[in-house]
Design a protein around this ligand. Sequence first.
Ligand code: ADP
Ligand code: MG
Length: 201
Amino acid sequence: MIQLDDNLLIGSGTLRACYQFPEKPDLVVKVPLPDASGGDDANRKEWRSYRQITRMLSEIDHISRCRGFVDTDRGQGLICDCIRDHDGQVSETLLDIVVYREGCDLDYLVEVAEHFCNYLIANDLFLFDINMKNIACQRLRDGTYKPFAIDLKGPLDNQEFLQLSSRIKFLGRKKLKRRARQLLERIVTFHAQRESLKSDR
Ligand SMILES: Nc1ncnc2c1ncn2[C@@H]1O[C@H](COP(=O)(O)OP(=O)(O)O)[C@@H](O)[C@H]1O
Ligand SMILES: [Mg+2]
């Protein structure tokens, strides 16, 4: 069993908290948030979804790899690769950059997100849940960003009746394209509203 310390916390979503793996900076551990039910389920779905992706693609790009489970003092953890910048800093999410980074290049960020969405669409990776907190932007040495999906539970978290868009490619492609369009629009609106979003925090 590994011990997780508050100072290893990287970020939280609605269901899980993400910690740096103790003494292994290239890995993270995701554990259920104590006040949310569904964290264990999210970990299982993410693991299954990752396995599905590895069966579909011989080479994986733009996806944070999952490595398996580990027992922690905060519940069962899912181990994934930690996305880090060229200088070792944990990469920021697209949301962090759009809302909190002064003077970010909006047109360029939209381009980065579009490239990421096109990769998902071209490979039928029906992640759907491509909100800005689920995309880490790895800053490379030349100052450009490489986007990574860091939350893969989406295909198995489909709330629709019979989960048709996760099972029928034609519907999945349509939905993914719609979600991609929404993401690109949201980058622009969130940037325009960044002052009020910052004060909500
Ligand atoms: N592989 C990763 N590398 C770096 N940071 C990560 C990684 N996975 C998650 N995070 C951080 O943890 C946050 C929550 O993780 P996520 O898996 O999206 O949880 P949830 O299922 O609750 O949405 C992310 O927004 C991000 O800040
Ligand atoms: Mg998430």
